[in-house]
Design a binder for this molecule. Structure first.
Ligand code: AMP
Length: 520
């Protein structure tokens, strides 16, 4: 029985394990060490995942689910979901409990079910490569993931037949992979630019803990945006070359986007590249046009400079929240495929005034850290293991009279943590108190995310202000919230583990776990 670390990414996923004291990143039978987080539904009940699924994206995008990590644990009405909907070829609908669901070929799936396909695929790759049964995993999530997103990731693991040993923050995993251990006090910035998202986190490593002190990010800024920016320039040039107007052609845009990505990857090792798309467009009479151009690094830089600049602004936001400046950071770690691009490395070096650490493959560093943590949590000896202390990404509060939020645990508090506040009844003869728990930074409850609610009833009937109710929030090491409420007269206590309103029921998880018609 084995425990792996899984980086369950928006665009790509990676799995690793510590064996005989060494971390091993597992490759698929073709030798590829990362797998696209893409799930494609075929006819009947067949499902393919990974590289095979990514191929289907070109000819059946409506049956191919990409970037489900953007949807996991989210409410259907959220702005992020609206944005994903506007860009997705597959269907996105609302579930009965207001959470978001994916609709493909008339069937509806929860995001954890889709993620579970990716996790099962990673589990199988690890099992085939190691010859061991893999039943436990440390799974990484962005540091800003809220309670519902973490729980939904846990549900995905359960559906995939894995026990989630820990839901670990991605930047913390990166720091572990680089071997940072408690000891000397150090501050580390983790700059993570992937295919679709950008995150930056500031970590503090100290005598006795490992802490994410602040995070910032842009969930719609990644390598894809670099490709769209370059593809726009290609399209303008092609239209100039041919006199055609093709702004609305989906297939032309997709081919140019692919060419832009290939050019970007080639430019990360050459200073100039030729771009050639053999049959970019064919008109009604069968006449074909090809596209050719030549791009060098400085031209490319002029196209994508605003995107690079934006990542640096987000870095400054995280630094400001941590009360630091770029120069006071001791190390900068790079994560995500886009950080291979030399312009990114140079911009980061200039901004922080020090060369970033690049010795570990940026596609694998998070999975490696997760594998190290999985090993720490499962090994039988009591040797020292890193104490990982993370922070709450968003403030946790209760709703009070007038729809305001009263914060019990402010954002960026180290977890595990516990906080208690005493509230008094607001009306005479008040028989019950409804405890509604919110996550977010707004003073108004309506603008924050409702995590869950419960009622403390049968409280003694007395004039307003006479009964005091003590509310305690506790956040465990996985970032999951538990809430207790007790009145001071009868001492009656109610408690809940916040079951995210957008979560799956145990029954749904069980049903989904029995799905086994998968063609790898
Ligand atoms: P990730 O989500 O971390 O897997 O990163 C994927 C992104 O990294 C995609 O936008 C890729 O095009 C990009 N990428 C991968 N390799 C390179 C490279 N050598 N140079 C530039 N970008 C790359």
């Amino acid at each position: 029985m084995g425990a792996v670390g899984i980086d369950l990414g928006t665009s790509n996923s990676c799995v690793a394990m510590v064996r005989n004291g060494e971390v091993e990143v597992f490759a698929d039978p073709e030798g590829r060490r990362t797998q696209p987080s893409v799930v494609a539904f075929g006819y009947g009940k067949t499902v393919v995942v990974g590289h095979k699924a990514k191929k289907q994206l070109l000819y059946a995008p409506e049956n191919t689910v990409v970037s489900v990590k953007r949807l996991i644990g989210r409410r259907s009405g959220s702005a992020e979901v609206a944005r994903v909907k506007s860009q997705s070829a597959f269907g996105i609908t609302e579930g009965e409990n207001g959470d978001v669901r994916v609709r493909v070929q008339g069937r509806v799936y929860s995001p954890p079910e889709i993620s579970a396909h990716v996790l099962r695929h990673m589990k199988k790759i690890a099992e085939d490569a190691s010859g061991e049964v893999v039943d436990q995993a440390v799974i990484t999530v962005p540091a800003y993931f809220n309670d519902a997103q973490r729980q939904a990731t846990r549900d995905a693991a359960t559906i995939a037949g894995l026990t989630a040993l820990r839901i670990l923050n991605e930047p913390t995993a990166a720091a572990l992979a680089y071997g940072f251990k408690q000891g000397k006090r150090q501050h580390i910035a983790v700059y993570d630019l992937g295919g679709g998202t950008f995150d930056v986190s500031i970590l503090k490593i100290d005598d006795d803990f490992f802490e994410v002190v602040s995070t910032a990010g842009d969930t719609f800024l990644g390598g894809d945006d670099f490709d769209y920016a370059a593809a726009d320039h290609f399209l303008t040039l092609f239209q100039k070359q041919t006199g055609l107007v093709l702004e609305d052609s989906r297939s032309v845009r997709m081919k140019l986007r692919d060419a832009a990505e290939r050019a970007k990857v080639a430019l990360s090792s050459s200073v100039e590249v030729d771009v050639h798309v053999p049959s970019l467009h064919r008109n009604a009479d069968g006449k074909e046009w090809e596209f050719r151009t030549r791009v060098n690094r400085s031209l490319y830089a002029s196209w994508v400079m605003p995107l690079v600049q934006r990542t640096l602004e987000v870095c400054d936001e995280a630094l400001k929240n941590a009360g630091m400046t770029a120069r006071t950071v001791d190390h900068v770690l790079l994560v995500g495929g886009m950080t291979r691009y030399p312009m990114i490395r140079e911009a980061v070096e200039l901004h922080f005034g020090k060369a970033p650490n690049v010795s570990i493959n940026p596609d694998e560093v998070v999975a490696i850290g997760a594998a190290i943590q999985a090993n720490n949590l499962t090994r039988l000896d009591d040797g020292p293991s890193s104490v990982l202390l993370d922070v709450t990404p968003q403030s946790l509060s209760v709703r009070t009279v007038g729809g305001f939020c009263e914060v019990l645990i402010p954002r960026n508090t180290a977890i595990p943590t516990e906080a208690t506040k005493v509230f008094s009844t607001a009306w005479d003869q008040q028989a019950e108190v409804r405890v509604a728990v919110y996550q977010g930074e707004s003073r108004m409850a309506a603008d924050n995310e409702l995590l869950g609610e419960f009622v403390l009833d049968d409280i003694p009937l007395m004039p307003r202000g006479q009964v005091r109710v003590r509310i305690t929030f506790e956040i465990d090491t996985d970032g999951i919230v538990h809430v207790r409420a007790m009145d001071d007269k009868l001492g009656k206590e109610r408690s809940i583990k916040i079951e995210a309103k957008s979560g799956l029921s145990q029954e749904e998880i069980h049903q989904a776990a029995n799905f086994d018609d998968i063609d790898f």
